[in-house]
Structures are given as structure tokens and as C-alpha cells.
Design a protein around this ligand. Sequence first.
Ligand SMILES: Nc1ncnc2c1ncn2[C@@H]1O[C@H](COP(=O)(O)OP(=O)(O)OP(=O)(O)O)[C@@H](O)[C@H]1O
Ligand SMILES: [Mg+2]
Length: 468
Amino acid sequence: MLTNFQKAMEITTGTSSVRDIRIERIGAHSHIRGLGLDDRLEPRANSQGMVGQGKARKAAGLIVKMVQDGRISGKAILMAGPPSSGKTAIAMGMAQSLGNDVPFTMIAASEVFSLSMSKTEALTQAFRRSIGVRIKEETEIIEGEIVEIQIDRSVTGATKMGKLTIKTTDMATVYDLGSKMIDSLAKEKVLAGDVVTIDKASGRITKLGRSFSRARDYDATGADTKFVQTPEGEVQKRKEVVHTVSLHEIDVINSRTQGFLALFAGDTGEIKPELREQINNKIGEWKEEGKAEIVPGVLFIDEVHMLDIECFSFLNRALEDELAPLVIMASNRGTATIRGTTFRSPHGLPVDLLDRVLIISTQPYSIADVEQIIQIRCQEEDVQLAPDALKALANLATETTLRYALNLISTAQVVARKRKSTVVETEDVRRCYGYFLDEKRSTQWLKEQQGSLVFDALGDNDVTMATS
Ligand SMILES: Nc1ncnc2c1ncn2[C@@H]1O[C@H](COP(=O)(O)OP(=O)(O)OP(=O)(O)O)[C@@H](O)[C@H]1O
Ligand SMILES: [Mg+2]
């Protein structure tokens, strides 16, 4: 049996390279590239995909600034406003302007109920995903200019062996190569004359550039080749590297039953509280020794009114924890029933939680703003819109919602294509308006059909905030 202390000693942090996978797609918010604020945090009229909603964007910018300075954690913000007034969009903008090093986790409140774990565990995991630990580690690296790579293949080609000669201005060393290293050298296209660093523990190779001494080998250099000096001193040296991982990643990697692969599968299961405690203690030690730094990030809970009273009381408590991120919530509810109770409360949140939050409100858009947002979306979706059609869509947006109008862009394009036109005209928009109901017309239709649909009961007492 290991003692607690020994177990804690084994805590590993893995590498953070897993987190760099990003896929670019056109999604509802893919046009948002930041909050569109200037250096004084004043909102620009139309920048980084953001239009209007100046006050809310400025408020969001202030919060981002405080997070970046590490001055805000354990606080909560509520974004309240009518549907499709940009609450989620602003949260995405915040995520973009926080940068890669600050963790930003986004969950929809309903996810908490659909996972194969308890609600509080799901929330705890979301909290711990949003706290980064910046770890300084000393690693052994090999750094120098490649003199020669020599590879001997066996007759069958199955096993490969080789030798790597690497030099600095002061010395040269020859290393034996295994087949894994040979493969990574081939993958990185490392040639003689390249200056590289090789992480001894992981075998990861980083090309720094080509050596100046090889600047005359024209055939081996492309136009964008970077030239660097041959390093000085020892070939093998110790170097300090810094990487940021989230507390949740550390939890998962160290939980015996799951292991590293669970991070990719997303199937992490419940994590034992004792393990978390050990990890917290260890990180506390690292912090004191100057080896680690806590980076409080942001947890965004969208549609927060979907949480129930147990989750809310968990939040109340968790926000007071020493390791708490900034929690941003969004709700489009007016006065609504708190889930799990019969009480009604503003935004569907219990008053004791409301008391702890700063509220940012989003306002309905002016028609000029709406026009600009529609134009941005057309660029994003590669749709050409005739000026009249733009006016028609903007009018529709004020009558229905912005989101409904944005959804019509791509459908109208399909209709336009059917009549072999590359430009979307008012006619196409009008047709789509006929094909697809918006929320108001759908409600109207339900009223007319009253009783003929399954589970049809009007007068549900939850209401969303008014759009205008
Ligand atoms: N200020 C803005 N600038 C650019 N695009 C915006 C802006 N506000 C909203 N949008 C876009 O309009 C659409 C609807 O906005 P969003 O989804 O943010 O609304 P929401 O307030 O979260 O609504 P809900 O309460 O229904 O969730 C999105 O595609 C969003 O990217
Ligand atoms: Mg939203």
C-alpha cells in the first residue's frame, strides 16, 4: 500500500499539446473573433465580427482585463437579456480575447443532467476544467546543429537503427537512434544543417531553423526558411519549460481507472474526492516552491435557468472555494420558476445566488445594427445578398428575432440557387419566410390548432424576456 504522501508524489501533469486541436467550421458564432474593443476598452462600432451592444461589450472587456490580471476568481457574472440579443456571442468574444493560456470552458446547463455522473460531479469537473495550472519544469534537452543523420536499414526493412551527429560551436556528440526517433526525424523533415532541440524525455523534436553556415546551400532552402546561429556551449543542457494544464486534466491523468486516454474519449467518469484533495495539496506545495502558478479561468454556463435548486446551492458554495474560476452565466428568462421548486424568481435564479452576481444586460438591437450583423454573416457564409433583400431580412429580424433572420440567409441561398441565381433577392427571402415559421407565427398556429397536438397545454408559466 502506498501512503497518501507517496501517491501524491506521483502526480503527473502530462503535456498540454492535446489542447491545440481546433477545427474551423461555420457555426452560429464563427464570425466572432473578439470583443471588438480598442486599447481603452471602448467598443468599436463594427470590429472583430461584433456590432452594437456597446455597454455589454465594454463590461465584458473589463471582466476579461481583470481575469488576465489574475484579479478575479470566485466571482460570478450573469448576462441577462432577450433571446438572440448576443449573450452567447459576447461570451464567445470573451473566450477569444482571453488568449490560449487562460482556460475557458463552456457548458450548457442541461449538459449537467445528461451525463452519466451526478450533477455535482459534472459541475465540479466543469469548475476544474476552468482552472489552469502553469507548471515550470526543468527538462533535459539536446540542442544543436545537425551534422549528419546516418540510418542503417535491416535487410527486411523492419528494424531501423542509426546515428545522429549534432554539434554546437564548442563540441559535437554522436547519439544512437532508435526507430521511433528515426520516424520523428523523417516526419519533421530534419536535414543536416538544421538547428533543432530534442526533448530527451518525450523525444519531441522542434526545428529552430537552418544554420547560417549552410546559407549557401540554395537547393535545400525554401523562400520562407529562417536562418539561426549554431548554438553555443554543451549539446545537452537543462532548460526550463512552462506549460499550462487544467486541474481537471491533472485529475483525469492521475485517476487510476481512467488514465490519459480518457481525456480523448471524454469518458472520465466520477473522480474520487480524495484524489482531488491530494492534487490540490500537491499543487499548493508546488505553488509555494515556485514551481507552479494558478491561472483562474472562466466557466461559462449557458441557459443557466435550466439548472435546478441543488445545482444552484452547489454553485453558491463552490464560488467560495479557494480554487474557483470566474463563472459567467447567461439567461433569457424573465421571472421564471426555479427548477426543482415551486418558487418564481428573476431570471429563474434563486435570490441568494442573484445577490452574488454582477449582472450585464443585453438590449434588443437597432435596425442599423441588425443590418450590419446580417452583412457579416453573409460574408461568413459566402452569400451574396441584394440590397433590397438585406432590408427585407433586417425588417424581418426586428419583427421576429435576429436569429430567425440569420437562419434564413442560408435557406434563401438554396432557394436562389434553385432558380440559378448567385445573388439572393427579396423574393427568395419572402419564400423562405413562407416555408419556415418563426416563433410568433408558430405560437399563433398552435393556438389555432389547439388540442390537436400531443401534450398540448397552453399557458406554461415560464416566459422569456421580451424581444422589444
Ligand atoms: N453584437 C453582435 N455582433 C455580431 N453578431 C451577433 C451579435 N449579437 C448576436 N450576434 C449573432 O446573432 C446570433 C444570435 O445571438 P446569440 O446566440 O448570442 O443570442 P443569445 O443572446 O445567446 O440568445 P439566447 O438567449 O436565445 O441563447 C448569433 O449567431 C450571434 O453570433
Ligand atoms: Mg445563447
